[in-house]
Design a protein around this ligand. Structure first.
Ligand SMILES: O=C(O)C1=C[C@@H](OP(=O)(O)O)[C@@H](O)[C@H](O)C1
Ligand SMILES: C=C(OP(=O)(O)O)C(=O)O
Length: 431
């Protein structure tokens, strides 16, 4: 568990950077590659701990996956039921996305599949996925009915489901899409709010036929997918650390190249618009996923108001927006973000605890935060903690760029879950 000295910034961040590939899209490229006919190739794949756990799980299921730098190739098994029986339990590490999506994808196997995860993942709920899967005929034996470790047992086939999702979650939606494709009858899913649609988009690229109408998705059983080439855009959730640093550290002007701009993920940009940030987007392209280069410079920001409808498109960026709010003019109010309590940590609690150590005026509420801005952040009396949560660790590193005084971050290794080269990239801009 490494403790690192966090850098300050003397004259702001400058220069250009291509952030690593999108985590959600990288996971899905392995999954679709594994069930397709032929060899799928992926460029700019995210080689972080979470995605390596997805690769590890599919290798255990007999899928041949080659990794060469950030180029990955996957030899598809041509269907959902051609996997090998795993010799050991699948290790999901810290990754909620791997766990929830694999539960749906592997819900109809002819053999037992056991899964486990680390201490944090073992506290995160899976009932939200296992309940509807059970209604479809899956047999999920989870610890206390809701947690890893779990075993998926063979079943008598899956039936389609009519299901209104009680939570706004792309992980639950994606798991039910994978299961629906393997069912004997169609499924009708209704989302609570629009969530990231990377599964739907990639399925279409691989020859899938979902019907979509606003919050409604009809999944018709299908198992013939054709291998594709996937170019993974830069992860907007990783770019977000530098967007907030660029907007909040005086003197900054930076460009982030080839960032994913999917409109179910770009809530951070809309929040920055509301706060009065100065940025431009150039070189837009739109293959299967849109991307572009974002240039942002320092600007005194205004306070922000976010409600439940805003949350899915920026759910992983809320810790950073809380930090930006400490620097903004006025009072920021964030509501409808109770999902933060079931992430890698209870992010409402950990954000509040860590930013308070640096002098922020931040109050946790059951479903969000109230933050009074205009604070000069300072050195904490005790080391800052990532709490084993990658996004909290990186957010505190960005906070320190704006601080007077020196801070250390304990348990900094957690950052490798989504962004192993974060500190190198930060150093390249903080000159
Ligand atoms: O589908 C995905 O790839 C993800 C969905 C979100 O989780 P929920 O579906 O639990 O909201 C997000 O927080 C996570 O980082 C990645
Ligand atoms: C919540 C996250 O990921 P996961 O659910 O895949 O662990 C995240 O990356 O912030």
């Amino acid at each position: 568990m490494s403790t690192v000295d966090l850098p300050n910034s003397n004259s702001g961040l400058h220069g250009a950077l291509t952030v690593p590939g999108d985590k959600s899209i990288s996971h899905r490229s392995i999954m679709l590659g594994a069930i397709s006919h032929g060899t799928t190739t992926v460029d700019h794949f995210l080689l972080s701990d979470d995605c390596l756990h997805t690769i590890g799980a599919f290798r255990e299921l007999g899928v041949k996956i080659d990794v060469d730098g950030d180029h990955v190739s996957i030899e598809g098994k041509g269907g959902f039921r051609n996997f090998d029986k795993p010799k050991k339990p699948l290790d999901m590490g810290n990754s909620g996305t791997s766990t929830r999506l694999l539960l749906g994808l592997l819900a109809n196997q002819p053999f037992d599949i056991a899964m486990f995860g680390d201490a944090s993942l073992s506290k995160r709920p899976i009932k939200r996925v296992s309940d509807p899967l059970t209604q479809m005929g899956a047999k999920v034996a989870a610890t206390n009915g809701n947690f890893l470790p779990l075993t998926l047992h063979p079943n008598d086939g899956l039936n389609g489901i009519d299901y209104k999702l009680p939570v706004a979650s792309a992980q639950v939606k994606s798991a039910l899409i994978w299961a629906g494709l393997q069912a004997e009858t169609p499924s009708h899913l209704t989302e609570k709010l629009i969530t990231r649609n990377h599964t739907e988009k990639m399925l279409e690229q691989f020859g899938g036929h979902l019907e979509q109408d606003g919050l409604n998705i009809t999944v018709t059983p299908q198992s013939d997918f054709t291998a594709q080439h996937v170019t993974v855009p830069g992860d907007i959730s990783s770019a977000a650390f530098f967007l907030i640093a660029g907007a909040c550290v005086p003197g900054s002007e930076i460009t982030l190249n080839k960032v994913g701009l999917n409109d179910t993920r770009d809530g951070i940009l809309k929040a920055l618009d509301q706060m009065g940030a100065q940025y431009t987007i150039n070189n837009r392209t739109n293959d299967s996923e849109p991307m572009g280069d974002i240039t942002i410079c320092y600007q005194q920001l205004n306070a922000l108001t976010l409600g439940a409808a805003d949350v899915p498109a920026l759910v992983d960026e809320i810790p950073l927006l809380a930090l930006a709010a400490t620097q903004a003019k006025g009072q920021t109010v964030i509501t409808g973000a109770e999902e933060l309590r079931v992430k890698e940590t209870d992010r409402i609690a950990t954000v509040t605890e860590e930013l308070t150590k640096m002098g922020a005026d931040i109050t946790a509420t059951p479903d969000g935060f109230i933050i009074n801005g205009g604070t000069k952040l300072h050195a904490a009396n005790t080391p800052l903690q990532s709490h084993g949560d990658h996004r909290i660790g990186m957010m505190m590193a960005v906070a320190n760029l704006m601080a007077d005084g020196d801070n250390q971050l304990a348990d900094a290794d957690a950052i490798a879950v989504s962004y192993p080269q974060f500190f190198d990239d930060l150093k390249s801009l903080n000159k």
